[in-house]
Design a protein around this ligand. Structure first.
Ligand code: SF4
Ligand code: SF4
Length: 298
């Protein structure tokens, strides 16, 4: 049976595809978006999280950790995240739940046991299962096995993807996927490499593959003030929206949720950009309408 690493599973989701859904978050992503709202999804293996504002400096973790990850110096708790092997000993010893491990290894059966609990809701609402991440296709065999199993259970299936994956993997999962929620973040190749950490051309090639395969796509486009809120980027969105596979275009605000989560896992959050306010999002939606984008979602 196929195994994979997930970092969350959320039931009763209503924004990750049609109807009521269970969203499974697979760990690991080949990209490094500066605005990532799930920075804990980037690394594929299990990792330590430390909430500084919960810590009472008792020193239990320092005594128990075999890797010397924790150091209490002058009333300060220093954490060397890179040394952690994920053994979990410090988590059990912490009296105030300041420590936790992100990610766990599961089988497809483990996931489907949870997903199928809500089968009645999916049937009534047209919902099902959504694979998210991270990038779900960073674990292609696990993603494919999950989708196949979901289809055997007659569930509706969606994937939330950056489109930055191997063409062969996208082709394989497409057979078992009803809808792709496909990110489109930047339309300039140079800026894309700088802020997203991968080639835009690869993503566009994969979008064109989905078009060829006639797989339904919703384009998901974040508004990131000062980075992609330009006429040329929104014109590129309007141009892509004419593809036959694109059923809808969703414009969403960038938010800064990733900043606090980055701190907890010892990563720097370098983007110093305020969240996109509702007025800005509204403005770009109306610009898209002027550009004759017919598929804008409310
Ligand atoms: S999980 Fe294990 S290795 Fe990592 S910090 Fe805690 S005790 Fe140390
Ligand atoms: S065991 Fe928990 S409360 Fe005690 S020092 Fe470590 S993180 Fe802080």
């Amino acid at each position: 049976m196929e195994q994979g690493i997930i970092f969350d599973i959320q039931r009763f989701c209503i924004h990750d595809g049609p109807g009521i859904r269970t969203t499974v978050f697979l760990k690991g992503c080949p990209l490094s978006c500066a605005w990532c709202h799930n920075p804990e999804s980037k690394q594929q293996n299990v990792q330590l999280s430390y909430r500084e504002n919960h810590c009472v400096l008792c020193g239990e973790c320092e005594s128990i950790c075999p890797q010397r990850v924790h150091h209490l110096v002058n009333n300060e708790h220093l954490v060397n995240f890179s040394l952690c092997t994920g053994c979990g000993k410090c988590i059990e010893s912490c009296p105030v739940s300041a420590l936790s491990l992100i990610g766990k290894t599961v089988t497809t059966d483990d996931i489907m046991d949870i997903v199928l609990k809500d089968a009645d809701y999916y049937r009534a609402s047209g919902g099902g299962i959504t694979l998210s991440g991270g990038e779900p296709l960073f674990q292609p065999h696990f993603a494919l096995a999950l989708l196949k199993q979901a289809k055997r259970g007659r569930l509706n299936t969606c994937i939330e993807t950056s489109g930055f994956c191997r063409e062969a993997d996208l082709r394989s999962v497409s057979e078992f996927t009803d809808l792709f929620l496909f990110d489109f973040k930047l339309s300039d190749e140079k800026l894309h490499r700088q802020y997203v950490g991968g080639e835009l051309s690869k993503i566009l090639k994969n979008l064109s593959l989905l078009n060829k395969l006639k797989k339904p796509v919703i384009l998901r486009c974040p508004v990131i003030p000062g980075i992609n809120d330009t006429q040329s980027h929104f014109q590129a969105i309007a141009d892509l929206s004419v593809l036959e596979c694109v059923q809808a275009v969703e414009i969403m605000p960038y938010h800064t949720m990733g900043a606090a989560k980055s701190l907890n896992i010892g990563r720097e959050y370098l983007l110093n950009v305020p969240p996109a306010d509702p007025e800005t999002v509204k403005l770009w939606k109306s610009e898209l309408l002027k550009m004759r984008c017919q598929k804008l979602m409310e």
